[in-house]
Design a protein around this ligand. Structure first.
Ligand SMILES: Nc1nc2c(c(=O)[nH]1)N[C@H]1C(S)=C(S)[C@@H](COP(=O)(O)OP(=O)(O)OC[C@H]3O[C@@H](n4cnc5c(N)ncnc54)[C@H](O)[C@@H]3O)O[C@H]1N2
Ligand code: MOO
Length: 405
C-alpha cells in the first residue's frame, strides 16, 4: 500500500500556482502576495521627532548652554520651519518634522518651561540624534519590502498601506467545493431523527480551508446512485480548483464514490494509504478540471487527512510561480511525553497537545481520542504527530514530526 510520503508527493505534484488578481488592500489580509512591494519613500520619509519636548542644536547644549528661548512650535503635519538662532529652541511634537538647524530633542519631562523659555535639567548626551527617528533609519526608498509568496498579515498590510498600495495583487483564492455524502446526515437547521447525525465534517472542512485562504462552497449529496452521479457531475463541471468529498470511499454498499468518480472522468491517482486514521482515502484529478480528494468519512479521519494532504495542497497552489522559496510548510519536531504502543504496520496520526516547557522544548502529549469517530476527542488538540509504521513502541522522550492543526 502507498506510504504517506508517496501519497503526499503525488498530491503535491498536482498543485499548480493559481493566477493572480488585484483586490482593495482591506480585502487582502490572509491572501498571498503575488507582486513585489517596494518602498516609495524612505522609512521614515523625514527625520521625525520621537518625543514631545523641545529641539535644540546639540552643539549649543554640549557647549554648556541650558537656558533656551523658544522660537516657535513645530506640530506634526506642518511643513518644517527651521531654527533661526542656533542658541534658541523650538517646541516639537511627536511625529513632527525635525526643524532644520536642530539635531537633538529634549523631553518635556527633562525641561522646565516658563515665559517661552526652556531650562534643560539633564546633562547633554555625548552625541546628537537623541529622541529623533532619523530619515531612512529603517528602510531606504527602492528597498524591497515584501516579496511574492508572503501571506499578508496585519504587519504586511501596514507596510503596504504606508507605501500607498490601495489595491494589491494577490494570488486568486483557491475555489473549493466541500461535498458531504450520506443519507444519515442532516444540516444544522434540521432536527436529526434518531438514526441521523448532523453533517459536522462539512463545517470542519469549510473552517480548515477558509483558514488556509480558500473560498469554500458547501454541497450535500445523498447516497442514492443517480442523485450522487448527477450532483457530482455538476460539481465537477463548475470550475472548482479542488473538490473535497467526505465519506463513501470505503468498502460499504453505499460507498459509490471511487467508481463514480472514475466514470465521471476523474482519473484515480491513488486509493488507500498506509495510514490510520484515513486508510480508505481516494485522490484523483480530471485532465481539465479539479483535483478530487475523497476523504474517509469518520470525522477524525476527515479532519486529519484534510490537514495532512488538502491544506498543504491549498498552500502550494497559492504560492506564486516566482515565489522566493518553493518550500511548503512542513511539520516541526516535538518530544513525545509518554510511551505509545501501536502494532499495525501503518503510519499513525496521533492528535496531541503541544506545550512549550521552560527551556523552550516542544512537548507533545497525546489526547484520549476514542477512535476515528470521536470528533469531540479533537478538542484541545493543537497538532498531530506522524509516527512511522515502525517501530511498535514509541518511547517517551523521542522526537517526532508534529503537524500544527
Ligand atoms: N469493511 C470495511 N469497512 C470499513 C473500512 C474497511 O477498510 N473495510 N474502513 C473503515 C475506515 S478506516 C473508515 S475511515 C470508514 C470510512 O468510510 P467512508 O469514507 O466510506 O465513510 P462513510 O461510511 O460514509 O462514513 C463513515 C462515518 O463517518 C460519518 N460521516 C460521514 N460524513 C460525515 C459528515 N459530513 N459529518 C459527520 N459525520 C460524517 C458517517 O455517518 C459514518 O459514521 O470506513 C470504515 N469501514
Ligand atoms: O482510517 Mo479510518 O479513517 O481509521 O477511521
Amino acid at each position: 500500500m502507498l506510504s504517506v510520503a508517496e501519497a503526499f508527493a503525488r498530491v503535491r505534484a498536482t498543485a499548480r500556482p493559481l493566477p493572480s488578481e488585484t483586490v482593495p488592500l482591506p480585502q487582502a489580509v490572509g491572501r498571498v502576495l503575488a507582486a513585489t512591494i517596494v518602498a516609495d519613500r524612505d522609512f521614515p520619509p523625514f527625520s521625525r521627532v520621537a518625543m514631545d519636548g523641545i529641539a535644540v542644536a546639540h552643539a549649543s547644549w554640549a557647549g554648556g548652554q541650558t537656558d533656551f528661548a523658544i522660537e516657535h512650535t513645530q506640530y506634526a503635519g506642518a511643513p518644517a520651519q527651521p531654527l533661526q538662532n542656533a542658541h534658541a529652541a523650538i517646541e516639537v511634537m511627536t511625529g513632527a518634522v525635525l526643524p532644520p538647524g536642530t539635531d537633538v530633542v529634549v523631553r518635556y519631562e527633562d525641561i522646565q518651561l516658563e515665559n517661552s523659555r526652556a531650562t534643560i535639567q539633564i546633562p547633554p548626551p555625548g552625541v546628537p540624534g537623541v529622541n529623533i527617528h532619523r530619515q531612512a533609519a529603517d528602510r531606504r526608498r527602492g528597498d524591497v519590502l515584501l516579496r511574492p509568496g508572503v501571506r499578508l498579515g496585519p504587519a504586511e498590510v501596514a507596510v503596504a498601506a504606508t507605501v500607498g498600495a490601495a489595491a494589491i495583487t494577490v494570488v486568486r483564492a483557491p475555489r473549493v467545493a466541500v461535498v458531504s455524502t450520506g443519507d444519515e446526515l442532516v444540516d444544522l437547521d434540521e432536527l436529526p431523527l434518531p438514526h441521523q447525525i448532523r453533517r459536522s465534517n462539512a463545517y470542519a472542512l469549510q473552517a480548515l480551508f477558509s483558514q488556509a485562504g480558500a473560498q469554500v462552497s458547501l454541497f450535500h449529496l445523498n447516497d442514492e446512485f443517480v442523485v450522487l452521479r448527477q450532483g457530482l457531475a455538476g460539481i465537477l463541471d463548475t470550475g472548482f480548483d479542488a473538490v473535497v468529498l467526505s465519506g463513501a470511499v470505503s468498502k460499504g454498499r453505499a460507498d459509490h464514490l471511487p467508481g463514480l468518480l472514475r466514470e465521471l472522468g476523474a482519473v484515480e491517482i491513488f486509493h488507500e494509504v498506509n495510514q490510520r486514521p484515513g486508510k480508505p482515502m481516494w485522490f484523483g484529478a480530471r485532465a481539465t478540471g479539479p483535483v478530487v480528494f475523497g476523504l474517509p468519512g469518520n470525522p477524525v479521519s476527515t479532519f486529519l487527512t484534510a490537514c495532512r494532504y488538502v491544506r498543504p495542497w491549498l498552500r502550494a497552489s497559492q504560492r506564486p510561480a516566482d515565489a522566493a522559496s518553493a518550500a511548503v510548510e512542513g511539520p516541526a519536531p516535538a518530544i513525545l511525553t509518554v510511551d505509545i504502543e501501536f502494532k499495525p504496520q501503518l503510519t499513525h496520526f496521533v492528535p496531541v497537545r503541544v506545550e512549550v516547557d521552560a527551556t523552550g522544548r516542544c512537548l507533545a502529549t497525546p489526547l484520549r481520542v476514542g477512535g476515528s469517530g470521536d470528533l469531540a476527542g479533537l478538542l484541545g488538540a493543537t497538532a498531530f504527530l506522524e509516527l512511522p509504521p515502525e517501530p511498535v513502541r514509541f518511547a517517551a522522550g523521542t522526537v517526532w514530526p508534529a503537524w500544527v492543526l
